[in-house]
Write a protein that binds this ligand. Structure first.
Ligand code: NAP
Length: 251
């Protein structure tokens, strides 16, 4: 893992109680940043903090449902209160209603609330702090389903396309304020989200075969890209939806 020299910097990660969020929180800490670990899952969030502290890093957990504006406001305020600033934000919390009918009103509303409104609420609050500070970097989690269609999941597809749109909007809106806004578009990644599918041997073979590289991606492979996008090494990169999918969308 590369150390991007983030000593004295502060990162906020939503959905950091497991999967891609946890791996990214650990990667920020490895580069020296203090990390505000946030999730609806308090047990997972506390575990992530323990892992960061065990590796010699600094972290604090704040519970937050990203679909709730008051909770998002409190989460961002907590990062500033605890660590004094906010340099990087990874708006990663998301749900995939695998197996549910996303045309059901409730399922559709939940997708929109967490996957799209959640990212908007986070960007709104984070950008206020970053503008006052003179800059920062935001990365949002989209998906390959934010770039290509998915016949099974209208909600997931629409919200992840929406995240790419919000990312492009934010990049333009805050370019002169020194805030870069990018997105990651992961392919099939081995996390608790995909674990129920991957647990079935036949399904695992199918998932592996969906990627030209012949395997699922690992959470670290997304985390490394997120920390790079936030770092000074990516200082001229903004508005970019970075595909990390082992070639799944190359065709
Ligand atoms: P994960 O392992 O399920 O982690 C997501 C975390 O977000 C969980 O801890 C979850 O809590 C939390 N969460 C759910 N709803 C939330 C809310 N309303 N507010 C705050 N936190 C909430 O999933 P992952 O695979 O790491 O996915 C992370 C992101 O990557 C998601 O946006 C997902 O759509 C995206 N993504 C994943 C894949 C993949 O193949 N894994 C591919 C493309 C994109 P609970 O445990 O309580 O649910």
């Amino acid at each position: 893992m590369i150390n991007y020299g983030m000593n004295g910097k502060v990162a906020l990660v939503t959905g950091a109680g497991g999967g891609i969020g946890r791996a990214t929180a650990l990667a920020f800490a490895h580069s020296g940043a203090s990390v505000l670990v946030s999730d609806v899952n308090a047990t997972g969030g506390a575990e992530t903090v323990t892992m960061i502290e065990a590796a010699g890093g600094k972290a604090l957990f704040q519970a937050c449902d990203v679909s709730q504006g008051d909770q998002v406001k409190a989460m961002v305020a907590k990062a500033v209160e605890a660590f004094g600033r906010l340099d990087y934000a990874f708006n990663n919390a998301g749900i995939n209603n695998m197996g549910a009918n996303e045309y059901d009103d409730d399922v559709w509303a939940k997708s929109l609330g967490v996957n799209l409104t959640g990212v908007m609420l986070c960007m709104r609050e984070e950008s206020e702090v970053m503008m006052a500070q003179g800059g920062g970097a935001i990365v949002n989690t989209s998906s390959i389903n934010g770039l290509v269609g998915n016949p099974a999941q209208p909600g997931y597809t629409a919200t992840k396309h929406g995240v790419v749109g919000l990312t492009r909007h934010g990049a333009l809106r805050w370019a002169k304020a020194g805030i870069r806004v990018n997105a990651v578009c992961p392919g099939v990644i081995e996390t608790p989200m995909t674990a129920p599918l991957a647990a079935n041997e036949e399904m695992r073979k199918l998932l592996d075969s969906m990627t030209p590289m012949g395997r699922m991606g690992q959470a670290d492979e997304i985390a490394n890209a997120v920390v790079w996008l936030c770092s000074d090494a990516a200082s001229f990169v903004t508005g970019h939806p970075l595909v990390i999918d082992g070639g799944a969308t190359v065709f």
